[in-house]
Design a protein around this ligand. Sequence first.
Ligand SMILES: Nc1nc2c(ncn2[C@@H]2O[C@H](COP(=O)(O)OP(=O)(O)O)[C@@H](O)[C@H]2O)c(=O)[nH]1
Ligand SMILES: Nc1ncnc2c1ncn2[C@@H]1O[C@H](COP(=O)(O)OP(=O)(O)O)[C@@H](O)[C@H]1O
Length: 192
Amino acid sequence: MEGKLIIFSAPSGAGKTTIVRHLLSKHPDKICFSISASTRTPREGEVDGKDYYFISKEEFLHRIAKKEFIEFEEVYSGTFYGTLRSEVERIWALGKHVIFDIDVEGGLHLKRKYADRAMAIFVQPPSLDILVQRLRGRGTDSEDKLAERIVKAEKELRYADRFDVVLHNDDLDKACTEAEQLVLNFLHQDKS
Ligand SMILES: Nc1nc2c(ncn2[C@@H]2O[C@H](COP(=O)(O)OP(=O)(O)O)[C@@H](O)[C@H]2O)c(=O)[nH]1
Ligand SMILES: Nc1ncnc2c1ncn2[C@@H]1O[C@H](COP(=O)(O)OP(=O)(O)O)[C@@H](O)[C@H]1O
């Protein structure tokens, strides 16, 4: 079958990975995470083939040339991220719907490409200051990387109204409950 696409996009630190993980833990029978390919270094605890397919830049460029990506981007300078066509097909072949944790541009790209079967959700943090606090609190980025993420976040916050839904992530439990409702409603709609 060709299933649906559930796209979570937001600036770095807004909480999309946390919300997507929650949804996956509750509905593993219905949805499956689209594992992106990335050239970034794995963070502590991240697993190749689970969080990302961690590949070299050389391999990434080779795969671009072979047209293996549905979409890809140089999200941060020198660091590429992309969705492999084979990944989406793998998930649909399991009879499941695909859930994405992807940056704002990539999310809008997928929404355009699969307009009839996609729901694109923008995760909105309470403010830029809180977003920065969350990023610092996560403790995964050097000051340089943090600065780059903040500059990009400021731009991305302006794109919320291009999405199907804006999900406010102030209280995490509330955001997770709302996200679950949105996803279940979308999956129950006839359109597939
Ligand atoms: N365009 C695109 N962006 C991606 C993809 N996979 C991950 N991203 C985004 O790349 C950005 C950086 O991701 P990451 O380094 O894991 O850190 P995060 O920002 O804390 O989630 C995030 O906005 C991700 O959502 C992908 O396949 N394509
Ligand atoms: N509603 C919230 N309140 C407080 N902290 C949160 C909330 N949502 C997420 N976080 C924390 O903020 C940090 C960034 O969240 P994460 O899911 O990694 O964001 P993203 O994937 O959008 O970059 C994490 O440390 C996470 O635990």
